[in-house]
Design a protein around this ligand. Structure first.
Ligand code: AMP
Length: 249
């Protein structure tokens, strides 16, 4: 059983996002970058499956610039066996990333491919589903529990209003949700050991895939700030405001 984990390097979730002055996008210059939090959960699950004797190999793969080596080294320190960096000058759109990851999946032939449910920078929630469609593999999205059973897997999905359990045939694509597990921190000895683990690099162009953008960003805006609250004198003033100002009564 081989598990491939798709990992995206994104702006760290603690960083306050700034929009570029010309509105063309988000200003990432000098921002701390990290592994997408949902991808940490995906990787943690793959490592746990290996530790439980259910998987033999965990491979982390990312599409990004040379700087994305850092998240792959973190993945190796957490417990991945090896890593693949598909180099691209700019981070391609989800469809292009899906095509590149599908190409890697065809050559690596994993039994299971784990994705985050979404990348916290673009919030697209598309890449896993697109990869599944390109490969013609089964998919389970928003997964909060995984049980492997021979050539099948049972996945518990977080759906509106509850949980849904589905069975899929392997090879399969799963996109993972927050409650699947709590990712570990890499220990210092493992960070040192990770430096010697294999990290393969290739160019996206070598995979023969056109990653030209098909989307155009028209504008990027800061969310409108929240107005400060006010203290009301009592219930009658509240009812008056709800009637007159908010118009909801
Ligand atoms: P998205 O569709 O952009 O919200 O991303 C969903 C998931 O796809 C992420 O959590 C990652 O697992 C994977 N993914 C997206 N972009 C990349 C990338 N550049 N490299 C590797 N995996 C990616």
């Amino acid at each position: 059983m081989k598990i491939l984990v798709a990992i995206k390097r994104v702006v760290d979730h603690n960083v306050k996002i700034r929009v570029k002055s010309d509105g063309s996008g988000v200003d990432n210059s000098n921002a701390k970058m990290s592994m997408n939090p949902f991808d940490e959960i995906a990787l943690e699950e793959a490592i746990r499956l290996k530790e439980a004797g259910k998987a033999d190999e965990v491979v982390a793969v990312t599409v990004g610039g040379l700087a994305a080596q850092d998240v792959l080294r973190t993945a190796l320190a957490m417990g991945a066996d090896r890593a693949i960096l598909i180099k691209a000058d700019t981070i391609p759109e989800p469809l292009s990333v899906a095509k590149l990851l599908a190409a890697i999946a065809r050559s690596e032939t994993p039994d299971l491919m784990l994705f985050g449910k979404q990348a916290i920078d673009d919030d697209c929630n598309q890449t896993g589903q697109m990869t599944s469609a390109l490969l013609g593999w089964s998919q389970a999205t928003f997964v909060s529990h995984i049980v492997l059973d021979g050539d099948r897997a049972r996945a518990t999905r977080e759906v509106d209003g509850g949980l849904q359990v589905i069975e899929v045939t392997l090879p399969s694509i799963m996109t993972v949700d927050l409650r699947l597990n709590e990712p570990r921190y890499a220990s210092l000895p493992n960070i040192m050991k990770a430096k010697k683990k294999p990290l393969e690099e290739m160019n996206s162009a070598d995979l023969g895939i056109d990653i030209a953008p098909r989307l155009r960003v028209i504008a990027t805006e800061e969310p409108s700030g929240r107005k400060s609250g006010i203290t009301l004198s009592g219930m009658s003033e509240l009812i008056d405001k709800l009637k007159v100002e908010a118009g909801v009564l």
